[in-house]
Design a protein around this ligand. Structure first.
Ligand code: PPS
Length: 300
């Protein structure tokens, strides 16, 4: 497939609304618009991420923190039911009838969130990850889309990621927007890399933020059930329930590699340097540090 044909195929998977690209099968402009007017309860907890930054992992952690039945294994409810998406409709969830505390998931930028949240209503756990690993994870994710695997092109995908022509729009705008507006919202910032480095501390940090006190044993269970080893084989975390015309499960796992620094296996030196340059231009003025590799611990 030549470049134009591939770009056309990728474009057809999305729609653009209010400056952002959305996956077209589970969302619509109407659904996105409705989010703005969603009624918020103070006890609501939102797992907020740019795609491929640790959403499913955080859904697992938060759901384990909130639900004893999830910890002791008596409930096998899908993550998307425990913490439904607000801008994507997978299961026709009726938000209003849900008992508090309600958990939600979203990839939205700050400006499309429910209006009430600008008055610090509800809680947001914002998980972010170094963008080179996000890009690589995203590329592999697109390869799971039927018919794309054989035609995907790493170089073209990288260009599209940098220009924000992927599900969720621009990583740079997403992180910058949320970070800059953080005082307007009731937010906790957690990085994928800190979760990787010390999962227990990240779990405790989240517990403190959402105001839940678990005993040591319960914390042990949350941590154990949220390890990569456990989630790698969990059919729910891997979206195995999605039909094969949406996800080609034979091509790989959604919970794929789960490491920090996988970009080194994908990017050439020239590509990495080009990305660094873009990163510096777009994010250089922000006091955010990323860990690009857990061995190096370099934050630049
Ligand atoms: S999505 O599509 O936006 O909801 O994807 P998201 O869940 O945000 O990101 C998927 C990546 O998260 C990794 N993951 C984990 N890493 C470490 N530990 C655990 N437990 C874990 N669970 C999910 C998953 O493997 C994807 O990253 P990559 O780099 O592709 O492996």
């Amino acid at each position: 497939m030549d470049r134009d044909a591939l770009e056309e195929t990728l474009d057809a998977l999305m729609f653009k609304h209010k400056g952002l690209y959305f996956e077209a099968i589970h969302s619509s402009p109407k659904l996105v618009d409705a989010v703005e007017h969603m009624e918020i309860r103070d006890s609501d907890v939102f797992i907020l991420t740019y795609p491929k930054s640790g959403t499913v992992w955080t859904q697992q952690i938060v759901s384990l923190i909130f639900n004893e039945g999830h910890r002791n294994g008596t409930e096998h409810v899908k993550n998307i039911v425990r913490a439904p998406w607000i801008e994507y409709d997978f299961n026709n969830a009726d938000f209003k009838s849900r008992p508090s505390p309600r958990l939600f998931s979203s990839h939205l930028p700050y400006y499309l969130m429910p209006k009430d949240m600008r008055f610090r209503m509800g809680k947001i756990i914002y998980v972010y990850r170094n963008p080179k690993d996000v890009l690589v994870s995203f590329y592999h994710f697109y390869n799971l889309i039927p018919n794309l695997k054989s035609v995907m092109n790493w170089k073209i995908f990288m260009e599209r990621f940098i220009s924000g022509k992927v599900f969720g729009g621009s990583w740079f705008d997403h992180v910058r927007g949320w970070y800059t507006l953080k005082e307007d919202f009731n937010m906790l910032f957690v990085t994928y890399e800190e979760m990787k480095k010390d999962l227990r501390s990240a779990v405790l940090k989240i517990c403190k933020f959402v105001g839940i006190n678990l005993d040591e044993k319960a914390i042990d269970i949350v941590v154990e059930k949220a390890t990569f080893k456990n989630m790698k084989h969990d059919p729910i975390a891997n979206y195995r329930f999605l039909p094969s015309d949406l996800v080609d499960h034979s091509k790989g796992d959604f919970v794929r590699k789960g490491i920090v620094g996988d970009w080194k296996n994908m990017m050439t030196v020239a590509q990495s340097e080009m990305f660094d340059k873009v990163y510096k231009e777009k994010m250089g003025d922000l006091p955010i540090n990323f860990v690009w590799d857990l061995n190096e611990e370099d934050a630049s």
